[in-house]
Design a protein around this ligand. Structure first.
Ligand code: SD4
Length: 330
């Protein structure tokens, strides 16, 4: 009797379990099903933060020559990394409060693989270095001296990143040493670049020196996967610029991709992520934060806290500057 009851219960449990499993499978299938279906494959697209005309055109042209999404993105941002006039990226960037230029970067590709380097000195092309972390190590993140040593092993050149101009500005800053860990309209230029290639695959990269005169060791959102950059090839991608601490706290780029998965347009998703930052930071009027995004169908969008942020969009041989919508209307 007991055995029969046990068997009956066991088979009921099996039925219940298998229906629970199939329900779970359905739910999983639902969340994994991309909501964005491109009816016709979009022409390759490159978008980047701020008005980096040349960087974005480089990426866009590379895509038109069938370069993969990630390599095109890295090619684009390398233009800014080597440009000493850009004081927030690569060579010629503003140092930390101790006079050292330390760089952060990350990459993410259409397979969902990613690499990141943080607080690296003496290496110009940290976006390419982040790709090497992704392809040549079993890891995702390398920091500081370890990342630098790895760079030399990979054939990267040692270069002094601190220009005379930035050294002078730092010495001037030291006279008052006013620590203003705030990113506003004047002091940022981080380049985040997203690409959709001729096969329809999506990738992105983000590269920066972060906050001017930051504390030694400070790392912002830019090299943090999910915060500064996120790519899901089924859905789309997002990249951030602005006040890293606020962006980190909201894991903004992951949020945007998940919102697009649920059916929001890139524009709506970027706006929602900024709303989230605004609602959680009572000092939002003091800093800038901005996101740009692209989805699988080739739609793009951007949103920021304050007026003054624009992004570049390259498609079909045209490289357009698009002013982003913003939250603070006063
Ligand atoms: C950071 N988000 O380190 C970066 C800075 C930035 O334009 O985007 N500047 O916080």
């Amino acid at each position: 009797m007991k055995r029969r009851k046990f068997l009956k219960n066991a088979s009921l449990t099996t039925v219940a379990l298998s229906s629970a499993i199939s329900l779970l499978a359905c739910a999983e299938e639902e969340t994994n099903t991309p909501q964005i279906s491109a009816t016709t494959k979009p022409a390759p697209i490159a978008i980047c933060t701020w008005g980096f005309v040349n960087a974005n055109a480089e990426a866009g042209k590379a895509l038109e020559n069938n370069t993969t999404a990630l390599d095109a993105a890295i090619k684009g941002v390398s233009t800014e990394e080597k440009d000493i006039k850009n004081t927030t990226v690569g060579k010629g960037a503003t140092p930390n409060r101790d006079g050292q230029v330390t760089l952060d970067a990350c990459v993410m590709d259409s397979n969902g693989d990613c690499g990141s380097v943080m607080c690296v000195e003496n290496i110009v092309h940290v976006s390419a270095l982040a790709k090497k972390v992704m392809t040549e190590t079993p890891h995702v993140i390398l920091v500081g001296k370890g990342a630098e040593a790895f760079a030399y092993k990979q054939g990267f050149k040692k270069e002094n990143l601190l220009t005379q101009d930035r050294k002078k500005a730092w010495q001037e800053w030291k006279k008052t040493s006013k620590y203003q860990p705030i990113i506003n309209i004047e002091n940022h230029d981080t380049i985040g670049l997203l690409t959709l290639d001729s096969k329809g695959d999506i990738a992105g990269t983000c590269t920066t020196s972060g906050l001017a005169y930051k504390m030694n060791g400070r790392v912002g959102d830019s090299p943090v996967i999910g915060s500064g950059l996120f790519v899901d090839n089924q859905v789309g991608a997002a990249v951030a610029t602005g006040m890293g601490e606020a962006i980190l706290k909201s894991v903004g780029c992951f949020l945007i991709v998940e919102l697009m998965r649920q059916g929001k347009t890139p524009q709506q998703a970027c706006q929602e992520a900024i709303n989230r930052i605004v609602s959680k930071n009572s000092n939002y009027k003091d800093f800038q934060a901005a996101f740009i995004a692209v989805n699988k169908a080739g739609e793009t969008g951007a949103f920021c806290i304050h007026k003054g942020f624009a992004y570049m969009k390259y498609q079909n041989g045209k490289n357009n500057r698009i002013e982003a919508e913003y939250y603070v209307k006063t």
